[in-house]
Design a protein around this ligand. Structure first.
Ligand code: XMP
Length: 511
């Protein structure tokens, strides 16, 4: 790769991925590696950032990076734990904070003529999240910024391109955080800002061509953003040698199989739609436990995909829509090397398609970058903006056992809810939405008739990554209209409730 790159050493902070994303928003490529696994080709990185950490530099579980080939040899930015580390072990002192230093603060002092703070003024809001504080700066440390509570909020080391900050520039609440990263990476470290979706597409297409050559590749399309963007990239590189399989598991949204299949065909993809609804429903018959349902659906998918790939001859590669968060090694709180990478085991006993060589064109990019790459590739914005949808589909939104009739009911309900969100202009304000069919019958009255029918729960959440989520305050008028539409139009439903639980402690899906 010809781009300048930044190495981010991870000490286990919840914000580490945000650092990488903010850097990439500046069109600079960044990689995250565990603090204790510094890449051997360290010379290929033009700057290094040390992340925060839940650990304390004063504790026995302090994490010790090996900085001999970094410190004073290339520009270094130390954030939070990193800043405390450089202070505590290089002649300064870190102590517990006397006041809690969480949340908003404002820079009350900035040293004059510091390139690091160019275009940032006193008063600028920063985000603190630490319980230790730097009491004394390290040897050759020069104070460059303070807040009213944190005297040593930022320092640099005389004679080095080493900068350290106690606050988190990567979170949006640090209003000039991006500017600060730009000052460090561009003005101080001299990195080029040439990592763009266009350059990514061009280079990835070349890399796929070089890797795969004239071999055939098979890919499972799901209707989601990642597999779609992966398919379009591969198609651009190898054309008809990409064989896409789009399986209808019978648990998709209403009409989704046919409409998405049409869309794929319209995009010129070499795609085969396989309607295996019956096979999935048979596998699910009488299964009530959520995890067993997931297994049954997963196994059925593997069987169908294996059958279909056997119909193709000479396929050498399996393409997947794996993205960067699935690949990043995580650092455990104790600093142990706890590699939790998803792996694809090339061992016996697995279906044949799993023994294929793997090509993952999106392995280096985050979800928001996948969307930007998708836009560059000319993919329909509506498809790119689709809410996440779980692999097991409506199978885990029908609580208890799954039948064709329950799928029909839930598809109707879901369609009214989702179409309503779209027509009220609410769809893009919601991160994910859907309906759950509850295993509950309740009494109602329609006309003069007593009814005893199903209850559905609507769920709409705001989130950034699905790890935490909050329910969305949808307008009452919208809920009123949606509830009326569902009860009047969907036979078998006489009650609608709205889920007002956040995650945690609830989860987004009910199963
Ligand atoms: P939860 O319910 O754990 O969901 O709060 C978080 C996100 O993950 C999705 N989800 C799944 N996706 N297979 C998937 O591919 C699954 O089994 C599964 N379970 C939950 C969920 O839709 C949400 O976006």
């Amino acid at each position: 790769m010809q781009h300048d790159k930044v190495l981010i050493l991870d000490f286990g902070s919840q914000y580490t991925q945000l650092i990488a994303r903010r850097v990439r928003e500046l069109n600079i490529y960044s990689e995250i590696h565990p603090f204790n696994k510094i890449p051997k080709d360290i010379d290929s990185y033009k700057a290094v950032i040390l992340s925060g950490s839940p650990n304390s530099v004063r504790g026995e579980d302090a994490l010790h990076p090996e900085l001999d080939n970094i410190r004073a040899k290339k520009p270094l930015l130390a954030v939070c734990y990193g800043a405390q580390y450089l202070a505590h072990f290089s002649g300064g002192e870190v102590a517990p904070s006397s006041t809690r230093e969480y949340g908003r603060a404002n820079l009350s002092y900035i040293k004059d003529n510091e390139v690091f703070f160019e275009n940032i003024s006193e008063g600028s809001q920063v985000w603190m999240s630490h319980s230790d504080t730097i009491k004394t700066l390290p040897t050759n440390g020069v104070l460059i910024a303070s807040t009213s509570d944190v005297a040593n909020a930022a320092y640099k080391i005389e004679g080095e391109d080493t900068y350290a900050i106690q606050f988190h520039p990567e979170v949006y609440h640090s209003t000039d955080g991006k500017q600060l990263l730009e000052n460090f990476l561009v003005k101080i470290s001299g990195l080029k800002q040439d990592w763009t979706p266009d350059s990514f597409v061009e280079e990835t297409v070349d890399a796929i061509k070089a890797k795969v050559g004239t071999d055939k590749v098979v890919l499972g399309l799901s209707g989601g953003v990642d597999s779609t963007v992966a398919a379009v990239l591969l198609h651009k590189a190898i054309g008809e040698n990409l064989y896409c399989i789009f399986v209808n598991n019978g648990l998709l949204r209403k009409d989704e199989f046919h409409s998405v299949l049409k869309q794929y065909e319209g995009m010129g993809l070499n795609v085969k739609g396989v309607d295996a609804s019956k096979r999935f429903l048979d596998a699910l018959a009488g299964v009530e436990d959520p995890e067993k349902k997931r297994k049954a659906i997963g196994n059925a998918f593997i069987e169908v995909f294996d059958d279909e790939s056997h119909k193709l001859t000479d396929v050498k590669w399996l393409a997947q829509g794996t993205i960067y968060p699935d690949v990043i090694e995580s650092v455990s709180a104790t600093g142990g090397p706890s590699a939790t990478i998803k792996s694809h085991h090339n061992v016996g006993g697995l279906p044949d398609f799993m023994k294929l060589k793997i090509v993952e064109p999106l392995r280096a990019i985050f979800k928001d970058e996948v969307r930007r790459v998708g836009a560059t590739l000319g993919i329909d914005p509506e498809l790119l903006g689709r809410h996440p949808f779980p692999g097991p589909g409506l199978g885990i939104r029908i609580l208890g056992d799954v039948t064709a009739e329950k799928v029909r009911i839930l598809q109707e309900v879901d369609a009214i809810f989702i179409d309503g969100l779209k027509s009220w202009g609410l769809y893009d304000k919601v991160w994910q939405a859907g309906a759950m069919l509850l295993p509950v019958n309740s009494v109602g009255v329609m006309g003069d008739e007593r009814t005893y029918e199903k209850c559905v729960a609507l769920r709409a959440v705001e989130s950034t990554d699905g790890m935490t989520a909050d329910w969305v305050n949808l307008p009452y008028e919208f809920l009123q209209k949606t509830s009326n539409d569902i009860i009047n139009k969907v036979k078998g439903v006489n009650r609608v409730v709205y889920d007002i639980s956040s995650k945690p402690p609830a989860t987004i899906e009910w199963e």
